[in-house]
Each structure stands twice: as C-alpha cells, then as structure tokens.
Design a protein around this ligand. Structure first.
Ligand SMILES: [Zn+2]
Length: 316
C-alpha cells in the first residue's frame, strides 16, 4: 500500500449533496406557492446543462437568483436546506453578470468543469438541476400520443394533456467496472475515440431485459474477450450528461488473454500497481478525470491517490 485507503463516503464528486430533497413538499401546492413568493428562495437557472458560476482554479460557487429574477421555463423544486431556504431550478437563459469586467471569474459552467470544485451543497444541487432540466427539455410531448405534456409534482413528473398518462424523468443505467486478474493486476483500456495514452476501466450500457451484473460480463467479453466471474457492486454516481446513472462494479477475470474488438476499444492491457505507478510517473498514461467514478474505482484498487496527477477535490 502506498497510502491510506480512500473511503467510499463522499469520495465521488457528483454523489456529494447537502440539501434535503423534501419530496413530500412536491405535492403541497400551498407550500410551493408560498415558497415561490418568498424573495429569499434561491433559484438555479440551467441552460444547456450549464449554470452561472464564480469559478477559478481552486473553487467554484453557483450564482442563484430570486424567483422574481428567474426566467420563464420549466420549474422544479430541488429541496430545502438546514436553514429552511427553498431551492428551485428553472430551465431558461442564464442571468447576466451585472458587470463582467468587475467579475472576470463569473461565467457559465457545467458539471464537467465545475463538478469537483463546488461545495457539497452546490455539487448536489447542480447535478439534480441539470438532470431535471435535461429531461424537461425533451419531455414536452407525450411519447404515446404526441400531445403536449405539462409539469406536475413540482417539476418531477409530466402529464399528457390529452390521454392523462404520467411520465417520469428518464435515467439510463450504465455499468462501469474494474476488472482484476488472479495476480491482482487491473485491466485498463483505451477507447478508440480517445487520444493516445488516455486509458480507463471498461464501461457500457445495460440493455433492456439484462441485469447490471450480466451487462458487466457481456461488455468485458465483447470489448476485450476476457471472461469474468464474481461481479460485485461497488458504488454509483449520477451522470446527467444527458441522463445516465453509472453503476460501478468490481469483477474478477477467469481468463487473461486480451483480444480487443478494435472498434470501440483500441487497446487494453493488464497493469500491476507498480506498472501503473511507473507509467504515470513517466507520463506514458493519462488517467480519467477526478470527476469520474472510473478514477475512483482505479484509486480504490490502487490503494491511494494516483501519483503524478493534480489533486482533485472530488477525493476529499
Ligand atoms: Zn398522450
């Protein structure tokens, strides 16, 4: 071991949160109306997956507006904090920075850019708001009959105005897995779309009628021809880009010969901890960003933060 083990709790950037979702209030119209009339209510405006943020190299802070300042657009309750402050999200054009020359660090940012730099409160609110805004942006018409739908449940569902069918936010499960062999080497691969030296663990979508564990075994086999057993769940992370839930697994290989598919995966190799450390220190490999659950899976196998990389706040 080269350092302390990373704990599961709080280690994955987009699983951090602080504001209670207050689901019971979504069906309380009197409370919702009062909260929207309250100038102290904070509204996070989302446009194309981004919010206005004050952002620099070390930290980021979301900019909220009052309900009065919020644009027209799909509105959804995000929750209520410890001080009873309600938080809403609204899809629409972002507020303008009052004086951009006085606030050069104020700009639009999405989860990829700001996810690890935000506080727990803001990381949770932005993840929740982006997921719902992405869904509202494509859920305006009924998938059954094509008629318009209207929001219900404080923006957490929509109902068809003609046939009355109710529709909920969509979330597509994907599996992401660290595969180890009997010598405890891990399998890292380069996607054919990625630049040279960039590697990560394998991942893929869960297909209809398939369990997550079956998807792990199928994807590993398809992409590398390696057979796995003992597929165990590790942790998950919402990934609303646009609407995924990443399910992290660990799997043990029962075969070690690699044959990549050549289409999705360009190359794959087994790495011992020493192999990985040496490759990173030599600059021969680039790891996935600290925002990702893939980085977390690799570091929990490795036993500490990876060497030769900038520290990310997602690991605290
Ligand atoms: Zn309909």
């Amino acid at each position: 071991m080269t350092g302390p083990l990373i704990s599961v709790t709080g280690a994955i950037a987009l699983t951090r949160h602080e504001v209670e979702r207050s689901t019971h209030l979504r069906t309380d119209p009197a409370w919702l109306a009062k909260a929207w009339d309250n100038p102290g209510t904070r509204v996070l405006v989302i446009d194309d997956g981004q919010a206005l943020a004050r952002i620099d190299d070390a930290a980021a802070e979301l900019i909220y507006v009052s309900p009065e300042q919020a644009p027209d657009g799909p509105r959804f309750l995000l929750g209520v904090d410890f001080d009873e402050v309600p938080y809403f999200g609204v899809g629409g054009p972002l507020p303008r920075a009052a004086d951009e020359s006085a606030a050069p660090t104020l700009r639009r940012a999405g989860l990829r850019e700001a996810g690890t730099l935000l506080t727990d409160r803001d990381a949770g609110l932005l993840t929740h708001a982006v997921a719902l805004a992405n869904w509202h942006a494509v859920a305006g018409f009924c998938p059954r009959c094509g008629a318009p739908t209207t929001p219900e449940m404080a923006g957490h569902s929509r109902r068809c105005t003609v046939d009355g069918s109710e529709h909920f936010p969509r979330c597509d499960p994907a599996v992401i897995m660290i595969v180890t062999d009997p010598d405890d080497r891990c399998l890292l691969a380069r996607n054919a779309q990625w630049p040279a030296r960039r590697v990560s663990v394998l991942a893929g979508f869960v297909e209809p009628g398939e369990s997550a564990e079956q998807a792990v075994a199928r994807e590993v086999r398809e992409e590398t021809d390696v057979t796995v057993s003992s597929v165990t769940y590790a942790a998950s992370q919402p990934w609303p880009m646009p609407h995924n839930l990443m399910l992290g697994f660990r799997a043990q290989a029962t075969t070690t010969e690699i044959m990549v598919d050549g289409e999705e995966i360009a190359e794959a190799n087994w790495y011992s901890r020493d192999d990985l450390r040496n490759a990173l220190l030599a600059g021969d490999l680039v790891m996935p960003p600290s925002l990702s659950i893939s980085r977390w899976l690799i570091e929990t196998w490795y036993g500490s933060k990876l060497p030769g990389l900038a520290a990310g706040r997602s690991s605290r």
